[in-house]
Write a protein of this length. Structure first.
Length: 410
């Protein structure tokens, strides 16, 4: 029990380290650690460098003290609202009314500052288009971006009096592109979140269905046997002490039924414990991703090499154990950054599983207990195991099992 708990703790630690090692969270995934939140904040803040023009104008001394103080306060408020809106709302969503109010504040500050302080302050509008595209619903965001681009054009050309101004190239086009890009990025992030939620729901439904199947199987296996044992036990009790021979016969029947029930349960449990190749492929993909290792693992429902497999239970279980052992070694010992899994049908009516990585390669200390046990397991299924250094470094494991006799290889 302690070993199992320690294993779960180690896996959780590896998952946290892998998540923390990402520069930023994946698209559609909220920051999971303090370091990720700090990196996301830094990634947002670095783009504030383009506010250098307004900041330089503010500190150049070209304005009166009162104007500088008022503009500085408005500028600080603009930066604070922008960071809160883009960072906080994309981490923990704010109420829709608060989001629209913040976008309106940014728009108002941009209009006032750019109209009173000079063309260089029009750069604020680019940040407003980015914020609108990142936090508003798609249709609303597109309308907001259009209004903002129009405002840039109007203010930048002095209400149409200077149409030859370079504001078109400097601000109008970048703002339009930035707003459209953020609308697309937000749509992608929302789609990724929905996809992950759907996958979690499917996994939960699959677990529930498996529990129901287990309950039905246990009822079918043990319901009749336990009922028979109960009836015969009651009958034997009534026969004692007056009819010892008949009671002994009932006890013998009880022993026979209970032994058969035990055999049935062991067979059922053996079936539940037997791993399948599809499940191990999914598990390998998850384990490698959690460890921060780039994985090239076939999808059972998409890859013909997996979908076309016709293996008996024992060879398939041996191949699944081989995949589990190989991926475990890659995650724990290889130090690899990439791992590839390939399944191929051989001309000699066998299926070959090949797992390669770009890690440190063989240790030189010989095979461990895991590989030795795996070789024995494959031998029981008429299979074979080969291990060797990779062609370009790393390690290669190759497991081969026969195709089922009544299904020719494709």
């Amino acid at each position: 029990m302690n070993g199992e708990r320690a294993g779960r703790t180690a896996r959780a630690a590896r998952t946290e380290r892998a998540a923390d090692s990402r520069i930023l969270p994946a698209i559609g995934v909220l920051p999971a650690t303090r370091r990720q939140r700090a990196r996301k904040m830094a990634w947002i803040a670095v783009w504030l460098v383009f506010l250098g023009g307004p900041l330089q104008d503010l500190t150049s001394g070209g304005h009166s003290t009162a104007v500088t103080a008022a503009a500085g306060t408005a500028f600080a408020l603009f930066g604070a609202v922008y960071i809160v809106l883009v960072f906080r709302h994309t981490t923990v969503p704010l109420p829709a009314g608060a989001v629209r109010a913040m976008v309106a504040v940014l728009f108002a500050l941009s209009c006032v500052l750019s109209a009173t302080m000079g063309d260089i302050w029009i750069a604020l509008f680019v940040y407003v288009t980015v914020a609108a595209g990142a936090v508003l619903p798609e249709r609303t965001a597109l309308k907001a971006v259009g209004v903002l681009v129009l405002a840039i054009a109007v203010i930048g050309t002095d209400f149409g009096r200077h149409l030859e101004s370079d504001v078109w190239v400097s601000f109008v086009i970048p703002a339009a592109l930035a707003g459209a890009a953020m609308v697309s990025a937000r749509k992608t992030a929302l789609a990724m979140r929905e996809l992950r939620a759907a996958r979690a729901t499917v996994a939960q439904l699959a677990a529930n269905e498996e529990r129901l199947r287990l309950a039905r199987d246990l009822h079918d296996l043990l319901g009749h046997s336990l009922s028979l044992i109960t009836l015969k036990s009651e009958l034997a009790g009534r026969m004692l002490p007056g009819q010892p021979e008949q009671a002994a016969a009932q006890v013998a029947d009880i022993e026979r039924v209970s032994r058969q029930a035990l055999v049935d349960v062991r067979e059922a449990v053996g079936g539940y414990r037997r791993p399948t190749l599809a499940a191990e492929l999914a598990g390998a993909r998850t384990a490698l991703a959690a460890a921060g290792i780039a994985a090239d693992v076939p999808q059972p429902e998409e890859d013909d090499s997996v979908a076309g497999l016709r293996l008996a239970p024992e060879p398939e279980a041996a191949l699944a154990w081989a995949l589990r052992e190989a991926v475990t070694n890659v995650v724990r010992h290889s130090g690899a950054s990439r791992c590839a899994v390939v399944l191929t049908h051989q001309a000699d009516a066998t299926v070959c599983l090949t797992v390669t990585d770009n890690g440190t390669g063989p240790s030189g200390a010989g095979e461990g207990n895991g590989l030795t046990g795996l070789r024995e397991r494959l031998a029981l299924a008429d299979g074979a195991l080969e291990t060797a250094p990779g062609v370009r470094g790393g390690f290669t494991l190759r497991a081969t099992v026969p195709v089922r006799a009544d299904e020719p290889a494709e």
